[in-house]
Design a protein around this ligand. Sequence first.
Ligand code: IPM
Ligand code: MG
Length: 364
Amino acid sequence: MKMNIATIPGDGIGPDIVREGCKVLKTIGKKFGHEFVFTETLAGGAAYDLYGEPLPAKTLEACCKSDAVLLGAVGGPKWDSLPGKMRPEQALLGLRSGMKVYANIRPALMFKQLSDACPLKKEVVGEGLDILIVRELTGGIYFGDRGRTEDGNEAWDTERYSKTEIERILKIGFESAQKRQKKLCVVDKANILESSRLWREVAEGMKARYSDVELSYMYVDNAAMQLVRNPGQFDVIATSNMFGDILSDEASQITGSIGMLASASIGDSGPGLYEPIHGSAPDIAGKDLANPLATILSCAMMLRFSFKLEKEARAIESAIEAVLDEGWRTGDIAGNSSQREALGNKLVGTKKMGDLVSQKISSM
Ligand code: IPM
Ligand code: MG
């Protein structure tokens, strides 16, 4: 199978981690007889510096024409004072809406090897954590009307959802739950927001079709608390764009590090967009310090969702487990020096981590 992948290294640690993702995909190609052709494109601050805009039309075009897109991260202090439309983050929003990838699937999975990196007490996390967050990605307050009054003293952003937008997210939520623990929790703020009440109405209308799934609702403030009080109660969470953004960062910390969480953004057809959920960490960019595993896990999601290559996706995941089993850790998951010594962990950089995963795949 030949697959054309558009890569967007982006800013900060983006290039460091995308390089490792491509390395691992190449290894998969060799091992399983596939050809991955990579085309690098520019977006974010890197594109702004060169072309004066964060998402040049030709980048979006290259992405839409590809079979899948691998993105590193965008943004950094260098571009923080630019007007909203020119900010690197705008590239992400443009890509998500331009590629029509309305559903963002973020598995918050705790690797048992990293249970020591989890900040919660053992009795709270129990056996670990395995939550699937399905975040709406091309609507809500991220895309609603926003503005400022002429005198600049007032500003507004709008949360607006259509039934269609809600239904297609909940469908993925229900179907994902059917393949897992059969529990779907819709997280909202229905005690205040009319848009949240619409989410509930749509969910009520759909639940008969998924009678094997236990549907529940939770206000987002409570959900933020329940995630650290009893994370094991959650199976699949479906929620709006902004609540999903916030809760997925929170869930990532429970798994030990935001450097471990992958994501897949998918739509009805066309290429998917795969990216780690973390940011561009400009302070460690280019220093061989970033954890590439979230990106490598995003590549596994790409193989699974876009190319239906389940065996190959599993190969990446098992290779990562094996590397963690052997004690290899990037700084974010290594603990401090005394913890490292006690656990026998070995500290490695970005490149070495990518090499280790690749070697494991080759030797499987
Ligand atoms: C994410 C990020 C982005 C978002 C930012 C960088 C625009 O936080 O993918 O979670 O808010 O969606
Ligand atoms: Mg975020």
